[in-house]
Ligand binder design. Structure first.
Ligand code: NAG
Length: 351
């Protein structure tokens, strides 16, 4: 039996308007929401992970304690050297795709560069993981692979008070974190194994996927980060003050893509920030562009490369939500207006 043309027409009209209706009311974290995202575009694929838990996200906020001395960076003066384009080592010719993990001259730094951190149960502290990771890469690259130690995200989190998470919404400042590195931070890896002077104190957790083995981030306990000027890893033999590493300068980068490519290829990965909306949670693969959902916070990540996929130019980034999110912890985001203000938000520091 065939439906009458009238009924088909009516159904068509309903579907047509239904799309707009869904656009306004859809819960992008629901199964329908994920299907809606996937039906609207083909540059990236969303994956259904869990029912909405955004209220829990906001509950899970953390304000670092502010009763110590090391965080007083606001009054210092910082050298701003510019992007060192006069450097004879400056790489001016860049390829149209690049992945720092596979770049031959940096093969001694490969493990450091490839590391996917887990920022723990607070959604507002990605800046510390991102800046610490990019700085570790840059230190390794700067020393031609001689210093292969992660720098401490814990120290940035606990000791830099104008770095972030203060209003539980803004998501922390990559720029002030780089500035803080001119004062110096010690070494320190993730929660486990405990590597370096001040390893991360927050446990890895299951970020946006209830199917995994770890405790869900939304219910995990958050302890306030406490600034310490000693090595908290008893197995680490250097003293805290001996262990501090400093950048010489730091800066917001130009918004010129080519210059950012050159910067990354010359000195290593950089950090970038963007508006983090709910649809980003369901990212599985492809080149992300914002489609819908509620705004959560301003998130920061490490940028390790670029490329073009199915005609869509992208930045290649390492997130701090462990390896079971996205592309084994990584994601690609459009260089052709991802609608999250990614293009104006790059920064870096130089050893
Ligand atoms: C971006 O930088 C490159 C290299 O310095 C330069 O050749 C190009 O003209 C710049 N593009 C824009 C739009 O400024």
């Amino acid at each position: 039996m065939t439906a009458s043309p009238k009924i088909c027409y009516f159904a068509g009209v309903l579907t047509f308007f239904g799309q707009f209706l869904v656009g306004y009311t859809v819960d992008v974290l629901s199964l329908e929401g994920v299907e809606w995202i996937n039906s609207l575009q083909s540059t990236w694929q969303a994956e259904f992970k869990y029912p909405r838990t955004a209220p829990a996200l906001v509950q899970n906020s953390m304000i670092p304690e502010s009763d110590d001395t090391q965080g007083e960076i606001a009054e210092l003066e910082f050298p701003i050297n510019g992007r060192k384009e006069e450097d004879p080592g400056w790489i001016s010719t860049v390829p149209n795709r690049f992945d720092a993990r596979n770049y031959k001259p940096w093969k001694r730094c490969r493990r450091i560069i490839s590391y996917v951190p887990d920022q723990g149960p607070s959604e507002f502290v990605g800046y510390a993981s991102a800046v610490a990771a990019a700085a570790s890469d840059r230190l390794c690259i700067h020393t031609r692979g001689r210093v292969r130690l992660p720098l401490s995200a814990q120290n940035i989190l606990a000791c830099c008070h104008n770095c972030g998470a203060y209003d539980n919404v803004y998501g922390g400042s990559q720029y002030n974190s780089w500035a803080f590195l001119t004062v110096g931070i010690p070494s320190g890896g993730g929660f486990s194994p405990r590597i370096g002077c001040q390893p991360y104190e927050m446990q890895p957790c299951q970020h946006f996927d209830i199917s995994g083995d770890r405790e869900k981030c939304s219910v995990a306990r958050i302890d306030k980060a406490k600034c310490q000027n000693r090595c908290t890893n008893s197995k680490y033999t250097k003293s805290y003050s001996e262990d501090l590493r400093k950048v010489q300068s730091f800066e917001w980068l130009s918004t010129n893509e080519t210059n950012i490519f050159q910067e990354i290829m010359t000195y290593g990965p950089v950090t970038a920030g963007f508006d983090f909306y709910e649809d980003f949670i369901s990212y599985k693969k492809g080149v992300y562009k914002h489609i819908g959902g509620r705004y959560i916070t301003h998130h920061k990540v490490k940028v390790i490369g670029w490329g073009i996929e199915k005609g869509e130019p992208y930045w290649l980034c390492i997130n701090s939500w462990n390896k079971d999110w996205g592309l084994h912890g990584l994601f690609k985001i459009s260089r052709n207006n991802a609608k999250v203000n990614f293009e104006y938000s790059f920064s870096a520091g130089w050893f």
